[in-house]
Design a protein around this ligand. Structure first.
Ligand code: FAD
Length: 377
């Protein structure tokens, strides 16, 4: 006997959670399945025994410029202000990241120029278009090659869009209107997001598909290639192994929450997080010791470890082939960072989920348009 359900949502991350919330609020019948032992997907966090909150799948800084989105997330938690400012450990010093204009002037001179002119064809050229070679080599090249496991000159130019040189020495990573972290963490935030909605944990939909008879829509937020049993090939990802250390007798280990380690000589890790810096000061000052996490990039085979879609034309072509399959099934919506094989910041993931849910609610969801939009954006 199968379970009959109108809307079956696979995955309880921000995408699945937001769609579930909106459908349930509009009176639809919803069930959420989650194969991990917790809700919240990759924004999940947990407590170290010292009382320090650790982001389980890497540091998550919430930011948005949208008043409406800020209002939406504040329905589920208040946020404390946290504007990430990062450092890079270069030549034995903690330097600003993104790179401060004053640092470049000090190292190269007042009239510094980028080292590449013309139309960049790869990440290395795109980076050299915005900074001198010496700076690129100290801050960017090694970090990028450790992160992706291939030469920077073999990576797509588009990746360089995610960083910049701060001419005015602005120390914040981002300048969004709203920046913060949920007051009681992301686990609490996502618990409130999904409050009152039936969820089954430790349950892999793909192993148990025959148990369900979906009457209206199946909304799948896992990896699109896994949904099709990798029949056309595997999409590539990078993930990160995380090594946590607790220093009982240290108040702080480093000057800020995140320090990047760009040189290959510093080790195979790319950054060290210190979680106490990311907590509100009035809370963290009562805690004894400190917890740090080293992040070491690798190429995961287990879909639970997938983090960053690997930017290559082979992967984009393969992804489009899977999308064509998904488009042919009008009961199926494959979405989210794994479903759309796209890096979405949290605000983007939520905004996209709101838009999908609205289209379902209004009865105007069109798989053809939806997927085309996602490929071109
Ligand atoms: C290292 C890292 C750092 C990041 N930092 C930031 C940041 O600072 N700021 C920011 O805005 N964004 C950040 N992000 C992005 C953020 O993590 C994503 O926007 C968010 O996780 C997207 O949510 P999602 O629901 O689409 O995917 P996910 O969170 O991955 O949720 C998908 C869920 O589906 C479940 N699932 C998959 N397959 C199945 C199945 N077969 N059966 C049952 N359940 C299944 C998974 O277990 C998972 O819980 C970061 C991402 C990474 C990788």
């Amino acid at each position: 006997m199968s379970i009959k359900i109108d809307y079956l949502i696979v995955g309880s991350g921000l995408t699945g959670g937001t769609i579930a919330r909106m459908l349930q609020d509009s009176g639809r019948e919803v069930l959420v399945l989650e194969r991990r032992n917790h809700i919240g997907g990759n924004v999940h966090d947990h407590f170290h025994p010292s009382g320090i909150r650790v982001h389980t799948y890497g540091p998550h800084y919430f930011r948005t410029n949208s008043d409406r989105l800020w209002e939406f997330v504040n329905r589920f938690s208040s946020f404390y202000k946290y504007e990430a400012s990062l450092k890079s450990f270069v030549d034995g010093n903690f330097e600003n990241w993104p790179i401060a204009g004053s640092y470049i002037k000090k190292e190269i001179g007042e009239n510094w120029k980028p080292s590449f002119e013309g139309n960049p064809e790869n990440f290395e050229e795109a980076s050299l278009k915005i900074m001198p070679e010496l700076i690129y080599k100290k801050f960017v090249k090694g970090y990028t090659e450790k992160q992706w496991g291939i030469k920077a000159s073999e990576l797509s130019a588009d990746l360089a869009k995610r960083f910049d040189v701060m001419e005015d020495d602005e120390p914040r990573l981002m300048r969004h209107k709203y920046q913060g972290i949920p007051a009681n963490g992301y686990a609490e935030f996502t618990k409130n997001l999904i409050d009152g909605i039936p969820v089954i944990l430790n349950f892999d939909f793909l192993q148990n598909q025959e148990m369900f008879d979906v009457r209206k829509k199946l909304i799948f937020t896992g990896p699109i290639d896994e949904y099709y049993n990798f029949e056309l090939g595997k999409l590539e990802y990078r993930g990160q192994k995380r090594i946590h250390s607790y220093f009982e007798d240290k108040d702080f280990y480093q000057p800020c929450g995140q320090v990047n380690y760009p040189s290959p000589e510093q080790g195979n890790f790319i950054r060290i997080l210190e979680w106490k810096h990311i907590l509100p000061t009035e809370y963290s000052k009562r805690i004894k010791g400190t917890v740090i996490t080293k992040e070491i990039p690798f190429s995961p085979q287990n879909p639970n470890d997938y983090e960053y879609p690997f930017p290559s034309s082979r992967n984009q072509t393969l992804f489009k082939k899977y999308v064509q399959r998904a488009q042919a099934d009008d009961k199926l919506i494959i979405c989210g960072r794994l479903g759309e094989y796209k890096y979405y910041d949290m605000d983007q993931a939520i905004a996209r989920a709101i838009s999908i849910a609205n289209k379902i609610i209004e009865g105007v969801y069109d798989p053809e348009k939806y997927y085309n939009l996602s490929l071109s954006s």
